[in-house]
Design a protein around this ligand. Structure first.
Ligand code: GAP
Length: 518
């Protein structure tokens, strides 16, 4: 998807009530968004599919809804107070603040673009004869660019991993990176900036009353590990799943809902016996990829990417990346978190966080495999995969352009629309209303009798409604309706009595879950 299409997608989400800028009447709040009527339905369906695939499909995974505020010591133990930082740099002329690593990554993107330019020039020159793979691996200029990228990446990653912030500044200077706003090279030193938002507890002043808005939902799971294990009598291995808001004071706020300051996570911590963690890490890696593929994502748009720099808590980590409109980026993280969190909470709280194994009579701190996905990023991946502009036949025998969201039917905000062919015939609208009243007990559906039938189809296509049910004069005679399918545009005539099982088979999440279970 090009940048142009991405802009169209963003305005489409506003026009059709999926996403609005937060506090828009006050010119918005950067990197904070609200979900409109269609957006909240899609978001809820994504969450429901994730929840059911974790909690309902696995006997040994249970749910939790921990509070956003936690005891401040939580964030000391988890390492977030000391290590949840981004390296920042300011431009002294523009007074703008940037993430040093993002400035360098943008520079790398510039070199990548030069490679792509060489490739497309050669493609034009050689036509069908062009062997792209050979060109990429042999062309001297492309090789030079590739080497530059590797060198920059190595230097950046080493500087970040070792905390040598001066090296990051030297790299920025050597690469001649300028402030994108002012073009100036007048940079400050690089400093660490903690990403946690904080606030103050009502009746305690100063440091003691300092509270953080959680930057991940995971810690609510760790501190409740024994509460949940004991009350549900789970045996290891078992998991705890949670969906909830998280907050990060992101410096680089761009790419729409990809990087937000307030967002939602779906996280599952899987507690395993020490030594078994790598088996489970591979299990969850495959299982999560299967989940993404079950939602019709083009397999070419998904890939694994091993972390170059491991987070402070992990001994192995991989991202599921998705081809967002602005390139392959992290959609979900799968992390082997060792016993880092439980051990630190045990140490700082002085309360035992150990599991007693009845079979071996041993006490131990479990190791943890985490799967962590952002609801909003998942939302964006579904929408960017679904957005299509295409020409279709119109009622007059010509062609018309339509924008269609090919959202998987089980996740679509509205499952079907009931449309009387014309609105000024009471017999028809009564019949359509009767069908609507019956179906709405089972599905989220809409009734629409405004404008021509063609325009009503377009409106439903634009929000991804998989089925349109047209009630015509014949319906009054034969108790049948025409059902139009969104993607194929196929129309089938069926008895009104068949509608519920027909829609159920195609939109009920249970069938998606059955496929996932295999
Ligand atoms: N508990 C582990 C953890 O939080 P993470 O890689 O920092 O790991 C997990 O975040 C997921 O949360 C990411 O893969 C992404 O989908 C989502 N996420 C993280 N920061 C985000 C942000 N600022 N805006 C939207 N989603 C975000």
């Amino acid at each position: 998807m090009s940048e142009e299409l991405f802009k169209k997608l963003i305005s489409h989400t506003k026009k059709y009530g999926f996403i609005f800028q937060s506090s828009e009447i006050y010119d918005g709040l950067s990197a904070v968004y609200d979900y409109g009527p269609n957006g909240v339905e899609l978001k809820n369906n994504i969450k429901e599919y994730w929840w059911k695939s974790m909690v309902q499909l696995h006997d040994n995974i249970v749910g939790l809804d921990a509070a956003i505020f936690m005891h401040p010591s939580t964030w000391k133990a988890s390492g977030h107070v000391d290590a949840f930082n981004d390296p920042l740099i300011d431009n002294k002329d523009s007074k703008k603040r940037y993430r040093a690593d993002v400035l360098i990554e943008d520079h790398i993107s510039g070199i990548e673009a030069k490679i792509e330019k060489e490739v497309s020039k050669a493609k034009k020159r050689f036509g069908d004869q062009f062997d792209e793979q050979k060109f990429r691996s042999e062309h001297p200029q492309v090789l030079k660019y590739t080497e530059q990228i590797e060198d920059i990446n190595t230097r950046m990653n080493t500087a970040i991993a070792s905390g040598q912030l001066n090296d990051l500044k030297t790299l920025i200077e050597e690469l001649g990176i300028v402030d994108p706003v002012s073009g100036s090279r007048n940079w400050t030193d690089v400093r660490q900036f903690n990403l946690m938002f904080n606030t103050q507890l009502g009746n305690i002043s100063g440091e003691e009353g300092k509270l953080y808005l959680r930057p991940e939902t995971a810690q609510g799971i760790f501190v409740n590990f024994l509460n949940v294990q004991k009350t549900t009598r789970q045996k290891i291995p078992f998991g705890i799943a949670q969906i909830g808001k998280a907050f990060r004071n992101e410096i680089v706020a761009r790419q729409f809902i990809f990087r937000m300051r307030e967002f939602e996570q779906m996280e599952m911590q899987y507690f395993v016996k020490p030594g078994d963690e790598m088996n489970w890490y591979h299990y969850w890696k495959e299982h999560r990829m299967k989940w993404h593929l079950s939602l019709n994502a083009d397999p070419e748009k998904l890939r694994f990417h091993d972390h170059d720099n491991l987070a402070h808590y992990a001994n192995a980590a991989v991202d599921v990346q998705f081809a967002f409109p602005f390139g392959f980026k992290e959609l979900e993280g799968i992390h082997s978190r060792t016993d880092f969190d439980l051990k630190n909470h045990q140490e700082l709280s002085g309360k035992k966080l150990q599991y007693f194994d009845n079979d071996t009579n041993e006490n131990f701190i479990p190791f943890v495999i985490e799967t962590s996905i952002g609801v909003d990023r998942m939302f964006l991946s579904i929408l960017s995969n679904a957005y299509h502009e295409e020409m279709v036949a119109d009622a007059s025998g010509g062609e018309a352009e339509r924008v269609v969201l090919r959202i998987p039917a089980q996740l679509a905000p509205v499952k079907a629309a009931v449309l009387p062919l014309v609105k000024n015939k009471e017999e028809l609208t009564d019949k359509a209303q009767e069908i609507f009243d019956k179906l709405k007990l089972f599905f989220n559906i809409q009734y629409d009798d405004k404008d021509t039938i063609g325009r009503r189809y377009r409106r439903q296509d634009a929000i991804g409604t998989p089925y349109c049910i047209t009630v015509d004069f014949q319906s009054l005679e034969d108790n049948a309706v025409t059902v139009r399918e969104r993607d194929s545009l196929e129309q089938v005539r069926m008895s009104i009595d068949e509608l519920i099982p027909y829609l159920d088979k195609r939109t009920n999440m249970a069938y998606l879950l059955a496929e996932l279970k295999g």
